[in-house]
Design a binder for this molecule. Structure first.
Ligand SMILES: Cc1cc2nc3c(=O)[nH]c(=O)nc-3n(C[C@H](O)[C@H](O)[C@H](O)COP(=O)(O)OP(=O)(O)OC[C@H]3O[C@@H](n4cnc5c(N)ncnc54)[C@H](O)[C@@H]3O)c2cc1C
Length: 457
């Protein structure tokens, strides 16, 4: 941004302000998706709430675009923007656990690996993402799908309170009984309503879990998918496992001949009685020939970070999503057709079960409206070489189009890409109008627009 001086902001913040004049500008502007190449006016690595208030006021008063970055994992790269002021929480990631109350308060820059590490010391956890490097903030504000959601609900269902800096630069706490409308909107409405500086969660006793990672040659995918569907229809909520399509990953328990080959997977955890764990997984080992598997009791933190080394920052990425009321034959057929052609070893096609406790929350009780879909598939295409962009994006689009006839709405906003913005209203369905009204109250000028944007009523 030409001509803007950050001198007055420097006097107000204790965190680091990085502009194009600084040596670490390129590192500071990079987000997880390597396809995003934005040049913000400044990235402010905030150190505390006071910095956030100063940044919000500065951006607003200087008519600067404002982008907010928690973990930076947004597929469309909403944690940055050209010529914008970026509030980056990378240096504020503390998590304070209150074991007596069974709660934890997380600063906005914590990742799920940070969060799980902190709570696991007390044998406690809450629903978080399946990859450790994803940020708690963006994931929770959009909903939050993970291994524990069948038993304990989405991440946003476990949110007890959030501290928020509004577009006016005011500091508010949102809970069920304080700024209730804001609290309602934060649980699924994304980053539209303010800058969240900390989030408090309800925790549950989850310690050692019976983990399963089972990898099948893709030619058995139909048998596995049928069996998975049938099992999940009656599986106890303690069984949180997804069906997926991959290229065989280079993991020690998968023989090398399968590395890079198309495979189908069932991955998850049993959080019930540990003695029952082997019996929960054995049918999946028996249903079809297995290329490789790892089924064992493990700390809860293990599976949540197991795939992190395979998914480093900086890959090209393009994603699409859906919501399936049922994993019916048509949807399975679409998955078999496109899932067997996953284009890279970093690409994940996962079909997450979102029934159980997720369905016990009413569609209008929180902003996250999709409370009847049984599955939330994501086509998370990630790869190294930009030369593959056209072909891989086309594969994702064709895959999503094939699934769309079976989908309730366009899909989970946290799994959508930048070209899905026109589908935001459809996704929020019965909650969209109320969201626009709350937007009008807290951010009428749409200062917070670098996101799956909800307009002001
Ligand atoms: C490898 C990978 C694995 C994933 N796995 C899962 C999964 O298991 N379950 C799931 O539900 N999702 C998953 N996701 C999707 C994830 O939920 C979204 O990408 C989410 O937006 C990431 O949050 P973040 O804080 O890391 O992202 P960011 O890019 O930092 O932010 C995403 C959005 O949230 C807003 N935001 C972030 N922090 C704040 C804040 N403090 N205040 C206000 N707004 C804020 C941003 O402005 C932006 O619009 C995954 C993504 C990746 C890349």
């Amino acid at each position: 941004m030409n001509g803007i001086s950050f001198d007055s902001l420097r006097e107000q913040v204790r965190g680091q302000i990085i502009t194009s004049a600084d040596a670490d500008y390129d590192a500071a502007r990079a987000v997880y998706n390597g396809m995003i190449d934005k040049r913000p006016a400044a990235v402010v690595r905030v150190s505390q709430v006071a910095d956030v208030i100063a940044c919000v006021n500065f951006a607003r008063d200087n008519s600067l675009d404002l982008a907010v970055r928690g973990g930076g994992h947004s597929a469309p790269g909403f944690g940055t923007s050209d010529d914008a002021l970026v509030i980056d929480f990378v240096n504020t990631r503390g998590v304070r656990v209150d074991p007596a109350r069974g709660t934890a308060r997380s600063e906005a820059g914590a990742t799920w690996a940070d969060f799980n590490h902190a709570t696991h010391a007390f044998g406690l956890a809450t629903t978080g993402g399946i990859v450790g490097s994803t940020g708690v903030s963006g994931l929770t504000l959009g909903g939050g799908i993970g291994y524990l959601n069948r038993k304990f609900g989405l991440s946003c269902d476990n949110l007890l309170s959030a501290d928020v800096v509004t577009a006016e630069g005011k500091f508010l706490t949102a809970t069920e009984s304080e700024n209730e409308d804001l609290f309602w909107a934060l649980r699924g409405g994304g980053g539209n309503f303010g800058v969240v500086t900390s989030l408090e969660y309800r925790l549950h006793p989850v310690d050692v879990v019976h983990t399963g990672i089972i990898i099948y040659p893709v030619e058995h995918a139909e048998t596995v998918a049928d069996f998975y569907r049938e099992t999940m229809n009656s599986a106890p909520e303690e069984f949180g496992a997804f069906l997926g399509f991959h290229q065989g990953p280079p993991v020690p328990f998968l023989p090398e001949e399968w590395h890079g080959k198309p495979v189908c997977v069932v991955v998850g955890m049993w959080t019930g009685d540990m003695a029952e764990g082997p019996a929960r997984w054995q049918p999946f080992l028996d249903v079809a020939p297995v290329a490789g598997s790892m089924v064992a009791p493990m700390p809860y933190t293990f599976l949540n970070s197991a795939f992190d080394p395979l998914l480093p920052k900086g890959m090209q990425a393009y994603w699409k999503a859906a919501f399936l009321a049922e994993l019916n034959d048509g949807a399975i057929k679409a998955h078999l057709e496109y899932g067997s052609r996953v284009p890279s070893v970093q690409t994940s096609v996962h079909i997450y079960p979102i029934d159980g406790a997720v369905h016990r929350v009413g569609a209008m009780e929180t902003a996250f409206p999709n409370r009847t879909a049984k599955f939330s598939p994501v086509i998370a295409c990630m790869w190294d070489d930009p030369a593959d962009n056209t072909a891989n994006i086309a594969w994702v689009r064709d895959y999503a189009a094939a699934l769309q006839p079976f989908s309730d709405t366009a899909g989970y906003i946290n799994f959508m890409d930048g070209d899905d913005l026109p589908k935001v209203a459809e996704n929020y369905g019965p909650n969209f109008r109320r969201l626009t009204e709350i937007k009008a109250k807290y951010d009428p000028q749409n200062l917070f627009h670098v996101n799956q944007n909800i307009p002001s009523a």
